[in-house]
Ligand binder design. Sequence first.
Ligand code: NAP
Length: 437
Amino acid sequence: MGASDVSTARPLGVGLLGLGVVGSAVAAGLMAGRGELAGEGARPLVLRKALVRDLRRKRTVDLDPGVLTTDPAAVLDDPSVDVVVEVMGGEQPAFDYISRAIRGGKHVVTANKEVLCKRGDELFTLAAEHGVRLLHEASVGGGIPIVGPLSSDLLANRIESIRAIINGTTNYILTKMAAQGAGFDQVLEEAKKLGYAEADPTSDVDGWDAAYKIAVLARVAFGVSVPLDAVHREGIRGLEAQEFRYAATLGYTIKLLAVARREQGGLLVRVHPALIPSSVPMAKVDGVLNVVEVEGDLVGPLWLQGRGAGPDATASAVLGDLLRIARGAEIRKNVAAARSADRLKLVSIDDHECKYYFRLVCKDRPGVLAQIAGILGKLQISIASVIQMDANAERGEADLVIMTHPSLERNVQKAVREIAALQVVARVASVLRVEAY
Ligand SMILES: NC(=O)c1ccc[n+]([C@@H]2O[C@H](COP(=O)([O-])OP(=O)(O)OC[C@H]3O[C@@H](n4cnc5c(N)ncnc54)[C@H](OP(=O)(O)O)[C@@H]3O)[C@@H](O)[C@H]2O)c1
């Protein structure tokens, strides 16, 4: 198409599924003319329809009354809609609507990590079969451009690892717990009041959201499909205020990490709170900020930090995908296929090796350490340091904090079970992995 065709180019019709936080910001961007930024020769983007549940709800954008609909068919079966933007969230009905759009020959842009994690195999296959694009930059890291670079600029690399802080709610909670010395429940309530945590915070605090996102990223980076149950997942609910104080004393910060790394001849995908050295840049990514660190064999380490959520940052990613479609760039069949020569197998955390932090609430009496050291030694877990922290004279108990040298996960779990059964140990308060940098 030549430059003279621009004014006559038929616009690319956009249909939104959802007009909430993200959908409204995308609609506002289109109304403000951002749909014309794809450049010379590209088709301008025009908003045609927006699906909502409740027509009477007040919106942050003013749309023509004819644009809003509660009928999915008005978006999915409208021939003037060329691209469907799914910003509803959840697995269903999002999966059905996306599938239907693809079958109808429409390109799809989605911000929905849950549906991509749970049903990505089916959706990417369907998109390839129908020769349409399924783009999802906003599904991980909000405004941070990570899916695009992994699927194009970094294609020549063998990706060694992705390590990220990709859940703003938990990062906010952990930052506050560290700064205020406050307990989890108190900080969670504050986060809810400030709008940083949902009324039902399960998806964030139990690590589901981060697990969806790292599974989605692993598909793009390593060309493997990662089922949710193959992601080792632990949330932050069990963390107590002492951990942050003790970790700081030892030179560490606690973060919820999402990691996909080549090890044991395969790929280990894991989400869990970890001790990270307070001196590394990742320890300083605070509040609701996100960061993704990528290690490629040619490019080396890369670092992308930014707003992982919020209407404008997320709309930046959605609109970027829309403009890419408007430019008519080559159809990327699916990145998994591009990298599939690798055929990586997914491995279990049982064989993962790292340093560990233990906090044991023990009876304050002689001989305790000898019993614990005996169990650790038997399981080839070597102790790097032992510090007795706070004592509770009334109860005759004290916190014993043990740092280990690199040890095997399966041995550590066995040791924890044996230590918990000791008479001199009131409880195993915490077992945290120490991330190597
Ligand atoms: N919020 C962020 O900062 C952010 C960042 C990155 C990715 N995302 C992802 O973007 C997606 C949307 O998030 P959001 O925060 O914008 O959600 P939201 O504010 O809850 O908006 C959801 C929208 O979808 C509509 N909707 C939901 N279920 C529907 C159904 N069954 N039929 C018709 N309409 C339906 C709602 O309609 P009503 O308005 O009528 O209720 C609402 O307009 C999610 O996948 C989320 O994970 C969000």
